[in-house]
Design a protein around this ligand. Structure first.
Ligand SMILES: [Zn+2]
Length: 211
């Protein structure tokens, strides 16, 4: 396995459910496999329209089969003795607390809410080329909250200066709101790897905290 390939596998995300199949958070593969080894979680695997549960041993068995018959349909972690398929979803066997119903107010979640799009010109940018803009500038009493902070590109930010959008002749592409669910998770859904999450994320009550 090439190094870059290994890194991309270690960068895979795993959705963690509580015992009642409610999404709690997203962890990296390494953490998920540690929990699996310690038998704190089981793997939930989506196969031909159905979800199946596997403990560590049976996940190793099924990994062996998949490695022989459908090696290209999975991501793999190689150990000295065997290959293990990267799980997409794990379920905590003993955790029965409910998910927190709150989205953290932070930079990452604002970028995710706005899908890395400048909220003035509507164009998409890499995170490094975006900054957070106070719609009503701070010095005019604008707060740092979900309704007053948006992503803006360098150009629009410069154009706006310390003014309100109206004063600067700019219009927001949509009014910013507090997201009901963790927006970064929805970004993952566009990746085919994580399609099996959808079923669990569609529940109205879910909320995920990133760790
Ligand atoms: Zn812009």
């Amino acid at each position: 396995m090439a190094l870059t390939e290994l890194q991309s596998v270690l960068g895979c995300n795993v959705l963690v459910l509580n015992k009642y199949y409610m999404p709690l958070r997203i962890v990296n593969v390494k953490r998920a496999l540690c929990m699996l080894c310690r038998e704190l979680v089981e793997v939930i695997s989506y196969e031909q329209g159905q979800y199946y549960n596997y403990d560590f041993e049976s996940w190793l068995d099924i990994s062996k089969l998949r490695r022989s018959f459908e090696p290209h349909e999975h991501d793999w972690i190689a150990t000295v003795n065997f290959h293990i398929a990267v799980p997409r979803i794990v379920r905590l066997l003993f955790y029965d607390r409910l998910p927190r119903n709150d989205v953290k107010f932070n930079r990452r979640n604002i970028f995710a809410r706005d899908a890395n799009r400048c909220q003035y010109c509507g164009k998409k940018f890499p995170t490094s080329e975006l900054s957070l803009d106070h719609i009503i500038p701070k010095k005019m009493g604008g707060k740092a909250d979900w309704e007053n902070l948006v992503c803006a590109c360098t150009n629009c930010n410069a154009k706006k200066g310390g003014r309100t959008p109206k004063q600067a002749g700019l219009t927001l592409i949509k009014p910013p709101k507090k997201p009901r669910h963790n927006p970064t998770v929805h970004l993952h859904l566009s990746n085919e790897r994580y399609h099996s999450w959808k079923q669990f994320l569609d529940h109205a009550y879910w909320s995920v905290e990133l760790t």
